[in-house]
Unconditional design. Sequence first.
Length: 392
Amino acid sequence: MQALSANSFGRFAGHVNEYRRWALLARAQTGKSLVTQLREIGALQGMGGRCGLSDYYGYKLYDDRYLHGEGRHDFLGWRMQAKFSLALNSRSAVLPAWDKYAFMLMASSAGLPVAPVRACYHRSAKISDTLGLHLRNKGDVAAFLRDASLYPMFGKPAFSQQGYGSAYLASYDPATDHLNLLDGETLRVDEFLCRLDQSVDRRYHKPECGYMFQETFALAPEIKAITHWPAICGVRVICLNGLEGVTPIRAIWKIATPPNHVDNFSLGKYGNLLANVDLTTGEVSRVVGGFWPSTQVFAEHPITGQSMEGFRLPGWSLILDACQRGGAAFPLMKIHHWDFALTDQGPMILELNDLGGTEIAQLHGHGLLTRETRLFLKNNADAQSHPWVSAL
């Protein structure tokens, strides 16, 4: 019991030291005293978004010059991140956002731009031809993976979040029976087959739903000229989807950096970058590498030195069009978190997220809980199950 108490005290002391460091950095950046910062943190509780201490520092809410719209009033705290989407997306409507097989069938039928599926592993006796070659068992998958002519390709679980279980399969080496991955790592075929029935992370990966192998695309040349790295850099577009149509409210460009084969931000742990995107033009205005107050703003790519100021994402009008058509295809989901891959063949939808992380959308001084969003929530959310909506 004494050891547990000591460990708890150690964690508490670590948090206090971290908060003190944040407060000192905020004072250095803005001149605000610690007393003023504490007063502003206390006032956040009455703004509807339930922001707290970590939100105040992580989103740079301490710097009034950095904030847009109605400032701190517009921000959604981490405590409300899931509740925000849960209030708008009924649990009976979100299967396509979780099961990629269901999504591919519906999106393909609606003519949305999705990456073709080359093959899929699924234990069903029969599946749709839209899902490519049907691999019914591990033996089928092993034979498929050992065909060196099929590479490169991208593999991902049908039910997975945050890239768990995914892999960019660059090539196959028959001499060693190893799969070569984009990041330079290798994996025995038998090791890879474990992903078909063993969860990589039980929270986010359900292997019983199957596994997909998709065509790979080359990164849009305009982007590769900046990153000098072949990993796809996608854009997240958040849209409100009501009877009056689709309204994009935020767009963030996710920039993958070596050795990452995916562009997931994951609270900054991978070292990937996030860029703010103008909703009308697709122009990049600010690139950051993590949370405030410790992050940096990059005018140039930190590895290649290429300028990113004023860069416009290729195919932006096609992305906006796909978001509009996607609203009609998935009408019962009232908020869509789209991920688009920016390829040499134009934008391709990677997936539709139900509970998209709101933190990446608020790092650039734009809060999600704007006046328009609050009104949309009141008109479309399940206020009975989520009474906080009525109090907005």
